[in-house]
Design a protein around this ligand. Structure first.
Ligand SMILES: Cc1cc2nc3c(=O)[nH]c(=O)nc-3n(C[C@H](O)[C@H](O)[C@H](O)COP(=O)(O)O)c2cc1C
Length: 203
């Protein structure tokens, strides 16, 4: 029998501030290293986020060295260059069009994973994109939970990134995310959000 969750399973208000209420998209960075072990920890949390059929299609490259950053630079929109080149780490979040090749490990009960999508490549691509993007969001939550700041970006040349980083596989770049310790003095004021009533209803 599964034990009923007690109130202690709720995050403290401070944790909610760290992950949501006070977390901001950062564009300027303290020059403070993000150790490789912390990057491992980000993955070890985000991997538990749910994906359809446990397909886990996201693939990540954590661009950290100066040389690797230089490979990224020409493919960034002008407005994203400075913030990315100064960030301690830039994650490339991609999705694997051949995610089904890992399904024997991820969902051993599934006899023919491709059959789930009617063998339709467009449906498989949609599943890879949807679930890979979700996993990118889990990365942001995981990084924030570990005390890091994030700066997600879609302003880049996806074909260029594909050729430079994923030439010999079926990974498609989805978005980039700078990771590090943000310089809060460079933040703009927080933009408003839509209210519950503007976006939601309970029926
Ligand atoms: C998928 C995605 C793509 C984004 N692309 C860019 C970008 O290319 N350049 C940029 O400066 N900010 C980019 N942003 C940052 C958003 O503008 C920012 O997260 C949003 O305004 C909320 O800011 P806040 O977290 O400080 O409230 C992107 C954010 C997301 C989630």
């Amino acid at each position: 029998m599964v034990a009923e969750k007690s109130k202690s399973h709720t995050l403290e208000s401070e944790a909610l501030d760290i992950i949501f209420r006070e977390a901001r998209t950062h564009r300027a960075w303290q020059q403070r290293d993000v150790p490789d072990a912390l990057i491992d920890q980000i993955y070890d949390l985000l991997k538990f986020g749910p994906t359809s059929g446990n397909c886990c299609p996201a693939r990540f490259v954590f661009v950290k060295s100066k040389e690797a950053k230089e490979r990224l630079r020409p493919h960034l929109d002008e407005g994203n260059k400075e913030k990315t080149m100064t960030a301690p780490v830039t994650a490339i979040i991609a999705y694997d069009l051949k995610f089904y090749e890992h399904m024997s490990k991820l969902a051993p009960h599934m006899k023919d994973p491709k059959a789930m999508y009617g063998g339709n490549p467009e449906k498989m691509k949609q599943a890879a994109f949807l679930n890979g993007t979700l996993q990118g969001a889990y990365l942001i939550i995981a990084a924030r939970s570990l005390g890091l700041d994030c700066g997600p970006m879609s302003g880049f040349d996806a074909d260029g990134i594909k050729k430079e980083f994923f030439a010999d596989n079926d990974y498609i770049p989805d978005f980039l995310c700078n990771i590090g310790y943000g310089d809060a003095s460079k933040l703009y004021p927080r933009a408003p959000r839509l209210s519950f009533d503007e976006t939601s209803k309970i029926i």
